[in-house]
Write a protein that binds this ligand. Structure first.
Ligand SMILES: Nc1ncnc2c1ncn2[C@@H]1O[C@H](COP(=O)(O)OP(=O)(O)O)[C@@H](O)[C@H]1O
Ligand SMILES: [Mg+2]
Length: 277
């Protein structure tokens, strides 16, 4: 439900990994028919498998239960890989009864109430549709990545008004965090990175996790040259993310020393505190 390429899949996979690293039982469900996140975890074959996929669980007549489509990532969390069938599932959902609640009713609730998992993290398509709506209804929590660029925040504001707010009122949807991603610019210079971080903190401070928070006083101190140890807010632009993807690993398993891991751990901690489990 947010434009492609901002880091939805990257953050979803790595958040699942870091939640698991904290000792939680975590399920990562890839609901994007493009299967990008699943490929990045090495589930190429499962993507092509036409027998066991989420569609069978969501529609009556399918003889699969939730655990039939769950795989072990090998990294301490479980995965429901995307499949080539998901595009069809999207269309079937649109034309079915209870189209928005099926994932919750037939998949997530049974797993959570059976105490199989502490957390279910989903990755969603970039477009608004039945799968994205199902993910919102099932998890009731949302993490929004934003990358520096012209109008990044204006886009979020539109999404918030048009798509998030209406659902929020109906189902009690919470925004867990808005995460500036791929930040690289210095905070003492006027660039799109600073504009994003400053505007986000000013207008949506309540959604900004600690590792991306900079107060107006701190920006003043930065501009006066009083703060010489410049903050490096948000998830930084690190090539380790793409390299880790190429090696089919979460970034912490590819380059544990990378500073991205610290920030992802902070995001996981933030999520745990927000969800309050
Ligand atoms: N913080 C980051 N630093 C460097 N590359 C990143 C970062 N976040 C995402 N990427 C890269 O950007 C591309 C798009 O990310 P992805 O998570 O697939 O976006 P989305 O799911 O929103 O379409 C991928 O190649 C990914 O490796
Ligand atoms: Mg994606």
């Amino acid at each position: 439900m947010l434009k492609g390429g901002v880091g939805k899949s990257t953050i979803a996979v790595n958040l699942a990994d870091r939640l698991a690293a904290r000792g939680n039982d975590v399920l990562f469900a890839d609901l994007d028919p493009n299967g990008h996140a699943s490929m990045g975890l090495g589930f190429k074959d499962a993507y092509r498998d036409t027998d066991e996929h989420l569609g069978n669980v969501l529609f009556e007549g399918g003889d699969s239960g939730p655990m039939d489509v769950v795989h072990d990532s090998g990294f301490g969390f479980d995965v429901v890989p995307s499949s080539a069938n998901l595009a069809r599932v999207e269309r079937r959902l649109r034309n079915s009864m209870f189209s928005d609640v099926r994932l919750r009713r037939d998949f997530v609730d049974p797993l959570l109430s059976g105490e199989a998992y502490d957390y279910v993290v989903t990755d969603t398509p970039a477009y608004r549709g039945a799968l994205a709506d199902n993910a919102l209804v099932a998890t009731q929590n949302l993490i929004v990545p934003l990358t520096p660029g012209h109008e990044a925040l204006a886009g979020f504001e539109r999404t918030l008004q048009r798509q998030i707010k209406p659902v929020r009122e109906q189902i009690g949807l919470d925004i867990l965090a808005v995460v500036p991603n791929r930040v690289s610019g210095r905070m003492d210079q006027q660039n799109l990175d600073r504009v994003l971080v400053e505007d986000l903190n000013r207008n949506f401070g309540e959604f900004v996790p600690e590792f991306a928070r900079i107060t107006p006083e701190e920006f003043d101190a930065i501009d006066d040259g009083r703060l010489t140890d410049l903050p490096k807010p948000g998830l930084r632009d690190r090539k380790a993310f793409t390299e880790a993807f190429g090696e089919n690993k979460p970034v912490a398993h590819y380059d544990p020393e990378n500073d991205a891991v610290e920030h992802l751990d902070a995001l996981a901690e933030h999520v745990v505190a927000e969800v309050g489990r």
